[in-house]
Write a protein that binds this ligand. Structure first.
Ligand SMILES: C[S@@+](CC[C@H](N)C(=O)[O-])C[C@H]1O[C@@H](n2cnc3c(N)ncnc32)[C@H](O)[C@@H]1O
Length: 287
């Protein structure tokens, strides 16, 4: 009997696409109705990676332009890409600088922010605060340190509800406190390339430079509050401009990782209006 239960648990466990490890263990039998079911890994992507890239590039270009105007030291690091972004955007925006919320509203058509969840005892949640989110939009990013399947995360994972698991065993530690925070800062400092940072550490504060980087605070859906966003893996392509990587809220734990940087984005499952809280699905079963 015990063996049969264990076997069923193991097979269920293996097919989970994303999971917050401690949360799944405690809630495995709850809310079966809210499980997201997909029929194959390739079907799990709601939008193509190219669309995700386009959204990120649109936002990051606006952020870069504002950063450029406010940080004189960047001007010393002129590259053809920087020259092009600043001159293009001057024409597009008529010289008006925007940052934070405004950058998001201008480039994506909506803003998101953290606030107390509408669910009892669920702590902080993430809300659409302005504008309108169309189905299939990139609504948020899941920030944190990336651990490949064979890398040790034991200390950082103790009592940590922000450890997110992808199907290939890659883990993302999105905790913005304690040892997780120290690890992220240290890896981010290590990976800079000349004048360019390869990742953004400001998601560890109350005001992230990249306003999408709050996806770790999105709460799990329930029977009453169905999911309106879902997780989607996004491996940063080699062609992603070096000058814009400073807005990526992820960094590899190991400095010699031989694969593209893993990010996870949250994509809207339907149109979402201002005032709505975002709910994801902590469990996805791949058949
Ligand atoms: C990744 S964190 C999400 C952010 C969290 N709300 C916070 O304020 O830190 C996951 C934790 O949020 C809480 N949570 C998420 N969804 C919930 C729900 N539907 N009801 C109650 N608590 C929830 C659980 O404590 C869970 O371990």
């Amino acid at each position: 009997m015990f063996r049969a239960v264990l076997k069923s648990f193991q097979s269920k466990w293996k097919s989970y696409r994303h999971r917050f490890v401690p949360w799944v263990v405690l809630n495995l039998s709850k809310n079966e109705k809210t499980l997201r079911q997909v029929t194959g890994l390739s079907k799990d992507k709601l939008v193509p990676d190219e669309e995700v890239s386009q959204s990120l590039l649109r936002l990051f270009r606006v952020l870069l332009r504002s950063h450029w105007a406010n940080h004189g030291e960047l001007r010393a690091a002129q590259t053809p890409f920087l020259r092009q972004v600043t001159s293009d955007d001057e024409q597009l925006c008529g010289g008006n600088l925007v940052c934070g919320d405004d950058a998001m509203l201008q480039s994506l058509g909506f803003c998101i922010d953290r606030k107390p969840s509408t669910l009892p005892f669920a702590g902080t949640g993430v809300f659409v605060t302005k504008g309108f989110v169309r189905k299939g939009a990139t609504v948020a990013m899941y920030p944190g340190t990336i651990y490949q399947a064979n890398e040790p995360i034991l200390l950082q994972s103790i009592r940590n509800p922000f450890v997110f698991r992808c199907i290939d065993g890659v883990l993302i530690d999105g905790n913005d406190k304690g040892i997780s925070k120290m690890v992220f800062r240290s890896c981010s400092g290590r990976d800079r390339l000349g004048p360019f940072m390869m990742s953004d550490t400001s998601w560890l504060t109350d005001s992230p430079q990249n306003p999408l980087a709050v996806g770790q605070y999105v709460n799990n859906c329930s029977n009453e509050r169905p999911a309106n966003v879902c997780y989607q893996e996004y491996d940063v392509p080699d062609t992603f401009p070096i000058e814009l990587r400073q807005y990526l809220p992820n960094v590899n734990y190991s400095h010699d990782t031989q694969r593209p940087l893993r990010c996870v984005v949250l994509v809207s499952l339907r149109d979402i209006t201002a005032g709505e809280e975002l709910f994801s699905n902590y469990y996805t079963i791949v058949h």
